[in-house]
Design a protein around this ligand. Structure first.
Ligand code: NDP
Ligand code: HSE
Length: 438
C-alpha cells in the first residue's frame, strides 16, 4: 500500500518531535497501520533550521499554504499555533481534500464549530489528541473508551507550565518569574505564556473536553477563568499545613439540579492524600467520573516535544486506518453525532457550588471570629475548620484561615461583602475554591 503522505506546517518543539518519532518508530508504526507514514513536506520560517532537521528526507517549503494545497499531500499537520494563520491553513487544507491533525487547542476552542462543520461537510477528519493534556490520550479516552458512560464530572491538571510553576514554588521556594522562564526554556509554555499563567490555555482544553464529555458545542467564551498570577505563597503554605495542595484545575460538572453544566478553571485546594495532589512538575492528570465505570484517573506528560508528538502520531495512525471507513461510520469529532449535540447552558460562576478556603488578615482582638462566623451562618455557609496563623504583619494582626463546607458561590460572595465591611478585617479577603474530588 502506498504510504500516507504527510505535510507538517510548523517545525518547532512539537513539529520536530513529530518528525523524529515518525522516523525512529517507522517500522513499528507500519506494523500497526499496514502502510507507511511518510513526512514528505515541511514548512517553517527558518528554512535553514528546517533543512538541518529533515535533510533530503522531506521537501522544505517556505510558504505553508503550498502544503495545504499540494496535490501530493494526504494529511496536513498544523503545528504553527495561534488562531489566524492556523485557521486559514486548516480550512484551506480541508477545502483541498486533506485530513487535518492539529495540537492547537486555541484554534479549536475559538473556531472549532466552524472547522468541525467544514470537515463534516467535506467528509474529512480533524484530529486533535495532542491539543489536550499532551501525551495522555484523553480525547480518545473520553470519545471512545468511556463512550458507554453518562459522565457526571471531570477535573484535570491540564496545563504543564502552571503545574511546574506551582511545584517549584512550593518545593524549592523559587520565585514565580524564574520558574516561568525555565518552563519556557523547556518548551512547555505557549508562545504567549500569559495564556498559561492566566488559565486561558487550560480553558481552551476544558472547553474541548466539556464538549466531548457532555455532547455539547465547544463553548470557550463561557468558561470561567482564573489563573495563578494572584496566588500568594503564604496560601500555598497554609493550605499545606491544613493537608491540602493548590493546583490549577479545569473542572467540568453536570448540574442537572440547575439545568446546565459548570465549566471553570481556577486555583483549587485538593486534599494531599488525593492522587491529583501528587501530580508534580509538567505532568498532567485528568479524573473522570462516569456512571458505569466510576472514577478513572489518566496521568502523563502534558507538554514537551516527544510526549506531544506521541499524540499527534497516534492521530496520524488513526487516519492511515480510515481509508476503508465511510465518513458517517467514523468516530465523530466531538464523540456525539453532530445532530445529537445539546445546547447545554454553562452556569455562571455565581451558580457554582463548591467549598472554600478563606484567609483573612484581622485585628488580633476578642470577638472578631464570632463576628465572621455569625455572618457566614447568616448566609447559610457552614464551617469545616478554622485556624489562627501568626501574621507577618505585626503583633496587632493575625491571619485567620477558614475552610467552609460546600456553598453556592453567590452566597459566599454576599458573605464576603459583609465580612469585608467589618472594621476588624484589615485587608481584602483571599478566597480559593476547594474540591475533595471524591
Ligand atoms: P513552536 O513555537 O516551538 O513552533 C512553531 C513553529 O511554527 C516554528 O517552527 C515556526 O517556525 C513555525 N511558524 C510560525 N509561523 C510560521 C509561518 N508563518 N509559516 C511557517 N511556519 C511558521 O510551537 P510549539 O511546537 O510549542 O507548539 C505548536 C502548537 O502545538 C501550538 O498550537 C501549541 O499550543 C501546541 N502544543 C504545544 C505543546 C508543547 O509542549 N510545546 C503541547 C501541546 C500542544 P520558525 O521557528 O522558523 O519561526
Ligand atoms: N503550554 C501548554 C502547557 C503546552 O504548559 O500545558 C501543552 O498544551
Amino acid at each position: 500500500m502506498i504510504p500516507l503522505r504527510i505535510g507538517v506546517m510548523g517545525l518547532g518543539t512539537v513539529g520536530a518531535g513529530v518528525f523524529q518519532v515518525l522516523e525512529r518508530n517507522s517500522g513499528e508504526i507500519a506494523r500497526r497501520t499496514g502502510r507507511g507514514l511518510q513526512v514528505t513536506q515541511v514548512s517553517r520560517r527558518n528554512l535553514d533550521a528546517a533543512r538541518e532537521l529533515v535533510g533530503d528526507r522531506a521537501t522544505v517549503v517556505a510558504d505553508p499554504h503550498a502544503i495545504a494545497t499540494s496535490p501530493d499531500i494526504d494529511v496536513v499537520v498544523e503545528l504553527i499555533g495561534g488562531t489566524t494563520l492556523a485557521r486559514d491553513l486548516v480550512l484551506l487544507a480541508l477545502r483541498h481534500g486533506k485530513h487535518v491533525v492539529t495540537a492547537n487547542k486555541a484554534l479549536l476552542a475559538v473556531h472549532g464549530e466552524e472547522i468541525f462543520g467544514e470537515a463534516r461537510r467535506l467528509g474529512l477528519t480533524v484530529s486533535f489528541e495532542a491539543a489536550v493534556a499532551g501525551g495522555i490520550p484523553v480525547i480518545k479516552m473520553l470519545r471512545e473508551g468511556l463512550s458507554a458512560n453518562r459522565i457526571s464530572w471531570l477535573a484535570g491538571i491540564i496545563n504543564g507550565t502552571t503545574n511546574f510553576i506551582l511545584t517549584e514554588m512550593r518545593d524549592r521556594g523559587l520565585p514565580f518569574a524564574d520558574v516561568l522562564q525555565e518552563a519556557q526554556r523547556l518548551g512547555y509554555a505557549e508562545a504567549d505564556p500569559t495564556f498559561d499563567i492566566e488559565g486561558v490555555d487550560a480553558a481552551h482544553k476544558l472547553a474541548l473536553m466539556g464538549a466531548i464529555a457532555f455532547g455539547m458545542p465547544v463553548q470557550f467564551d463561557s468558561v470561567y477563568v482564573e489563573g495563578i498570577t494572584a496566588l500568594h505563597s503564604q496560601d500555598i503554605r497554609y493550605a499545606g499545613q491544613m493537608g491540602y495542595r493548590i493546583k490549577l484545575l479545569g473542572i467540568a460538572r453536570r448540574r442537572d439540579d440547575a439545568g446546565g453544566v459548570e465549566l471553570r478553571v481556577h486555583p483549587t485546594l485538593v486534599p494531599e492524600k488525593c492522587l491529583m495532589a501528587s501530580v508534580e512538575g509538567a505532568m498532567n492528570a485528568v479524573m473522570v467520573q462516569g456512571d458505569a465505570v466510576g472514577t478513572t484517573l489518566h496521568y502523563g506528560k502534558g507538554a514537551g516535544s516527544e510526549p506531544t508528538a506521541s499524540a499527534v502520531v497516534a492521530d496520524l495512525v488513526d487516519i492511515a486506518r480510515l481509508a476503508s471507513a465511510a465518513p458517517e461510520h467514523r468516530v465523530p469529532s466531538l464523540s456525539f453525532q453532530p445532530d445529537a449535540l445539546q445546547n447545554l447552558r454553562v452556569l455562571s460562576i455565581d451558580e457554582v457550588v463548591t467549598a472554600f478556603y478563606l484567609r483573612l488578615v484581622v485585628a488580633d482582638r476578642s470577638g472578631v471570629l464570632a463576628d465572621i462566623t455569625r455572618i457566614l451562618a447568616a448566609h447559610d455557609i457552614s464551617l469545616d475548620a478554622v485556624r489562627q496563623r501568626e501574621s507577618s504583619h505585626g503583633e496587632q494582626q493575625t491571619d485567620l484561615v477558614v475552610l467552609t463546607h460546600e456553598t453556592i458561590e453567590s452566597a459566599l460572595r454576599a458573605a464576603l461583602k459583609d465580612i469585608q465591611a467589618l472594621p476588624s478585617v484589615l485587608q481584602p479577603v483571599v478566597a480559593l475554591r476547594k474540591e475533595e474530588l471524591a
